[in-house]
Structure formats: structure tokens, C-alpha cells
Design a binder for this molecule. Structure first.
Ligand code: ADP
Ligand code: MG
Length: 623
């Protein structure tokens, strides 16, 4: 074949295919345009997972009629005018490719109006055809409908996922977008059903609750820290609410949802000792940093970023989160019935119909709940019309759904939700606990210590507390290589479990843990010292747990393995159901106060629970 230049139509189609990979790319590009246009409200409606129809409408700047056809030309943008400007770009888009690409592979209708224009304009194009432009009634803003996606690229069309899958990708993307901009109200409607609606009042936690569910939001604690160079804000899991995977982790850099290994590993490191291996915190981490440190071009869709000062970012995030985790903020509060956030659902003003209700977190099974058709009680026809509604004067085929515009958030009874957060969450997270200031009230069921600092009533799990104290004593001393030993009056004789094989190869490791052992008989070994901080009984139980654990480890004990072994030994050696004297209770709290993280056992179970005076008053209906 001779070399020829590709015809423009073919070239455009190939280029478009690189920008628009599927329905979610269309939503992303249109939503980003809406954000760049300064919209305070963005509504996205999809049909058939976006494969049939996608509509994104915003109340942003709109496009002037004279610019409209240019907006759809390749490499046409209003956001960039020189190579210099590329260095300090602040908009989400700048390549001027999105509208051209979408138009090349679908049928697009756009209605738009700027503030100054008296009448709006309507543009139609299909498969990259020359746009037809006419006048149209419209409110300020832009309303784009994309249909028949990939009608002219059959291979791509076939390649799209099923409706559910494509719909899920759109929900995931818009969820992140909504949380990344709590000052903007986002609404997603899928096949006529409201998936979520955020209020756009700037309350991040409320946005998280709305999008990812109350259950997720309930267990989050606030992060907010800054240095000269960067800032980290957001919410992370306290003691409760950990998950089996990382799907609840969302990272944002300068407002853009991103993937980033440095932030992810910083979060994981911070939770070491709070979360059992295999358990992951939920995290909404917003990093603000000078854009010149950030390279957003690592990934073509800008979803991955890298930092020039990767290590600095990582340790800053790590330290900020560690500080929060080591504060009393992580203590879970007992639920007070009647104001359980999980029960809070949004209701339409004049009806009992629930329009948003509790859902699972992202990536977890979303409860099938009574999210109802909200726009009217009349069923919609395929065009989104319901009869009897007055339609604005729009060209055929374009539905100007004024009910959408008119359903504003004042119809939705949100203040209750806000009040809840104001009343409970903040209050809860602001106080911090000085363990030394606690006075012990009593011991309960030979398992719990009841204590108060005058304002808050605490229940302390003796076992978890003890486990934490031992673990920190043990691991700190081990790390420093200075476990103090106590000589036993008579050597302690034991038989190692057969699973270990040759105990001889672990002598050095045991020595470092405070156990000096030597062979004594055919199967019997003798131990001459125990670590100093344990009693005789504890020391025996520790050793037996360590020996059990050794059977499952490599011969050379890594730091991580040593940690695992110490955790396990502490867990199983401390017994509940042992009545402690007042003095012992006090001593335990004193030791606990010296721990780095007194609020959870090494496996992440809570050490403290609390009830505030206000909670108790509510329970007795005094409040
Ligand atoms: P880019 O966003 O990279 O500039 P696009 O192809 O997405 O490129 O859009 C081209 C231009 O059209 C934008 O620069 C902007 O001026 C205008 N535009 C697109 N969508 C909107 C919108 N929703 N509101 C206002 N202007 C828009
Ligand atoms: Mg764009």
C-alpha cells in the first residue's frame, strides 16, 4: 500500500476514540467543562448506563452564540492562549479536545445561554458533522445531551460494558467529583431515579454522607493540618468503620480526584497498629500543594499524579494522620437511640417519600433501597417528558426539562442532617482525652473499668488496654534491642511444638525477646529468663504463644514477623475476667497513658467507649 495522509474524518475519529473511552469519559468531560464554567449546580442524567443517553446541565457561564461552533472544533479552547499559560493552568480542561471528540462519535445537542444574551442558542451535530445552530429559549448555563455514543465506531460500541457496569463507573466518577467540590451541588439521576444529590453548601462531611452513605460518614474523623508547603484536609476512619479493601479510600490533589501511591502508602503506614493486617481505613484525603510540584500528565486521563517531592508529601500525610490517630478523637461514642444517623433519611418536603437513603460505601454492595422517582408522580416518557408539563420552546428532539431546573434543594429537608452533624460530629471530635485526669468509678463484670473525667463517661476494656500496654512495652524494647530480663529462680521447662522443627535456629530471636533458652533433654528445653515486664504466668503464656507463632514463620524473623508474633502473644496472654483492684486499675490507666496509641488494641479493637453528659441526658429525655 502506498503511504497516504489519513482523511480528516478518519483521523478525527481515531483521535476522538482516544479521549472518549466510554460513557464515563463523556460524563467526566462534560462535568469538568461545567466546573470550569463556574457552575454552582450540575445535574447529570443518564439512561441505560449512559450508553443510550447522557445529559449534563449546568448553570455556569454558558457559551456565546458566536463562539458556539468553534467550541466543537478540535483544539479550540477558551482556557489557554500560550505555552507559558500551560505552566500555571488552573482549569480542569485546556486541550480543547473534549467537545470535538464527543461530537465525532455521537449525536450531540447543546443548548446554552450566557448572562448577556437575551436568547439562548442550540447546536446539533452528529458524527462530527458541521454543527447546525439555531436560537432557543434557555436559562443561563449549558445543557448538553449526548446520544447514540459510538454509533459510527461499531467495534467500540460493542466493547462497551453492560448497562450496570457503565452506570457504576459514572456513579463512581461523579461521586468523587461531588465530594471533591462540596460547594457545588451535584445531582445524578439514572433511568429516572435519583442516585444522589449533594447540597453544595460546602459541608464536606455532609457531601460524603450523601454520596457514600451515612454509615460511612458516621465513623469518620476530621483531618486538618498544614505546613508551609502543603496542606492536608479531609476525613479518615476512627477506630470503627475499617473495611476489607481500599475501595473506601479517595485521594484528591488540588481538588482533583487522583490515584497516588505516595499518599496511599502514607495512609497505610499511619494505620499500622490501628488496623489489623488486611483491614483498611476509609479515607478522604485532600492535599493542597503548589501546582509546580505536581505532574498531572503521568496518566492520559490525568487520574494519576506524581510529585517532585514525593517523600516529603508522604511523610507529611503520614504525620498529619498519625497525630489525629494518637489524639482522643478516635474514641467511638456510644449510639444514642433516636438520633442514630443511619436512620436519617432525606424526605421531600411535603411527602413521606424517601428520596435518598442510607447506602453502603463505594465499592460495597449498595443496599437496594427506596430511592424513588422524585421528579413527579407522573411517569416519564422516553424523552423525559411527563404530560401536562409546559415545555419551553426548544427544537424537536431536545427536551428542555424545566421540572429539573425547578426542583431545587430547598424542596429537600436537609437542615435536619446538617443539625445532626453540627450537634454531634463536631462536638464529638473536638474534645480530647487526658487519660491521667480520669478517675476510676468502678470495675464492671470483672472486664471493664468505668471512669470519668467529669464531662464524659468512659468504659474501658481491661483486656484491650492490657494488650495495648504489653504490646507497646514489648515492641518498643524489642526495636531498641533492650528488653530487660528477669532471672527465674528455677528454670522454666517446656517442650516446643513439633511444628517448629529445630528450635535451635530461633535461640537468638528468643533472646532478643527476653527469653534465654537452652536444650535440656531430648525434647525438653529450659528457659532461664523472662522479659521483665511480665508476671510469671504471663511470661509462660507469652512464650507458649510465641512458640506457636514461630511454627508459621520463616527461620529468619523479619521485623514484620516479629511484630506479628508480639501482637499475637499479647493478645492471647492477657486474660479478661480478672478482677483488678482499684490500685491495679489506676496502674493500668497510668501505663495506658504512656502508650503511643492508647485508644485501640494492637488489632484495632477499641480500648475506650464513651458517652457524653449530653448523650445521657438525651437517653433520660432530660435534654
Ligand atoms: P477545553 O475544556 O479543554 O477547553 P472542550 O472541548 O471541553 O475543551 O470545550 C471547548 C470550549 O467550550 C471550552 O474552552 C469552553 O470555552 C467552552 N465550553 C465547553 N463546555 C462549556 C460549558 N458547560 N459551559 C461554558 N463553556 C463551555
Ligand atoms: Mg473540557
Amino acid at each position: 500500500m502506498k503511504i497516504k495522509r489519513l482523511p480528516k474524518e478518519v483521523y478525527d475519529l481515531i483521535a476522538a476514540g482516544e479521549v472518549i473511552l466510554g460513557p464515563v469519559s463523556v460524563v467526566k468531560e462534560l462535568a469538568e467543562n461545567a466546573l470550569d464554567a463556574g457552575a454552582s449546580r450540575i445535574i447529570c442524567e443518564i439512561t441505560g448506563g449512559g450508553k443510550e443517553r447522557i445529559r449534563v446541565s449546568d448553570n455556569g457561564s454558558g457559551i456565546e452564540k458566536s463562539d458556539l461552533s468553534l467550541a466543537f472544533a478540535p483544539h479550540a479552547t477558551s482556557k489557554l492562549d500560550s505555552a507559558d499559560a500551560l505552566e500555571r493552568i488552573e482549569t480542569l480542561g485546556f486541550r480543547g479536545e473534549a467537545l470535538a471528540s464527543i461530537a465525532a462519535v455521537s449525536q450531540v445537542t447543546m443548548i446554552t445561554k450566557t448572562e448577556n444574551d437575551e436568547i439562548g442558542s442550540c447546536l446539533k451535530t452528529e458524527g462530527g458533522s458541521e454543527p447546525e445552530i439555531s436560537s432557543s429559549g434557555a436559562d443561563k448555563g449549558t445543557d448538553v445531551v449526548v446520544e447514540r455514543l459510538f454509533f459510527n465506531i461499531p467495534a467500540r460500541k460493542k466493547h462497551m460494558g453492560d448497562t450496570r457496569n457503565e452506570g457504576r463507573k459514572i456513579t463512581e466518577y461523579l461521586s468523587k467529583a461531588a465530594v471533591s467540590r462540596p460547594v457545588i451541588s451535584f445531582r445524578l439521576i439514572s433511568d429516572g431515579v435519583l442516585v444522589f444529590a449533594t447540597m453544595g453548601n460546602g459541608d464536606l462531611l455532609a457531601a460524603i454522607a450523601t454520596v457514600y452513605g451515612n454509615k460511612t460518614a458516621e465513623n469518620l474523623i476530621k483531618v486538618s493540618a498544614g505546613s508551609e508547603k502543603m496542606q492536608v484536609n479531609g476525613y479518615i476512619s476512627g477506630v470503627l468503620g475499617l473495611r476489607n479493601n481500599r475501595k473506601g479510600q479517595h485521594f484528591f490533589v488540588n481538588g482533583r480526584p487522583v490515584k497516588n501511591a505516595a499518599i496511599e502508602s502514607a495512609v497505610s503506614r499511619a494505620y499500622r497498629g490501628y488496623a489489623e493486617p488486611g483491614r483498611f481505613p476509609v479515607a478522604f484525603v485532600f492535599l493542597t500543594i503548589d501546582p509546580s510540584f505536581v505532574d498531572v500528565n503521568v496518566h492520559p486521563s490525568k487520574s494519576e499524579v506524581s510529585f517532585a517531592n514525593q517523600d516529603e508529601v508522604s511523610s507529611f500525610v503520614y504525620e498529619s494522620i498519625t497525630d489525629i490517630l494518637n489524639s482522643g478523637n478516635v474514641i467511638p461514642k456510644l449510639r444514642v437511640p433516636g438520633r442514630n444517623l443511619s436512620d436519617t433519611t432525606f424526605k421531600m418536603a411535603d411527602s413521606e417519600e424517601t428520596i435518598i437513603s442510607t447506602s453502603g460505601g463505594a465499592g460495597e454492595k449498595v443496599e437496594e433501597v427506596d430511592i424513588k422517582r422524585i421528579l413527579s408522580d407522573k411517569p416519564m416518557d422516553n424523552n423525559g417528558n411527563s404530560d401536562g408539563e409546559e415545555q419551553k420552546n426548544t427544537p424537536e428532539g431536545v427536551v428542555y426539562d424545566n421540572r429539573l431546573q425547578e426542583t431545587n434543594y430547598s424542596n429537600i429537608d436537609m437542615p435536619e442532617k446538617i443539625a445532626y452533624f453540627a450537634e454531634n460530629t463536631d462536638y464529638h471530635y473536638k474534645e480530647s482525652l487526658n487519660i491521667n485526669a480520669l478517675s476510676v468509678i468502678a470495675s464492671l463484670f470483672a472486664t471493664y473499668i468505668l471512669a470519668t473525667d467529669g464531662d464524659v463517661f468512659y468504659i474501658i476494656d481491661q483486656h484491650a488496654a492490657h494488650e495495648r500496654v504489653n504490646y507497646e512495652l514489648f515492641s518498643k524494647a524489642y526495636m531498641k534491642g533492650e528488653i530487660v530480663k528477669q532471672e527465674l529462680l528455677t528454670p522454666y521447662l517446656f517442650e516446643p511444638p513439633v511444628t517448629i522443627g529445630n528450635l535451635g535456629s530461633y535461640i537468638e530471636f528468643l533472646e532478643k525477646l527476653g527469653y534465654s533458652v537452652e536444650e535440656f533433654g531430648e525434647k525438653t528445653w529450659a528457659c532461664r529468663t523472662f522479659p521483665a515486664f511480665v508476671s510469671q504466668i504471663e511470661g509462660e503464656a507469652f512464650l507458649s504463644e510465641i512458640l506457636d507463632a514461630l511454627g508459621t514463620e520463616e527461620e529468619v524473623i523479619s521485623a514484620a514477623a516479629a511484630d506479628r508474633i508480639m501482637m499475637k502473644a499479647c493478645k492471647d496472654s492477657v486474660k479478661a475476667n480478672k478482677i483488678l483492684s482499684d490500685e491495679e486499675n489506676k496502674a493500668l490507666l497510668k501505663e495506658l497513658s504512656e502508650c503511643e496509641n492508647p485508644y485501640t488494641c494492637p488489632h484495632g479493637r477499641p480500648v475506650f467507649l464513651k458517652l457524653t453528659r449530653k448523650d445521657i441526658e438525651k437517653l433520660f429525655k432530660r435534654a
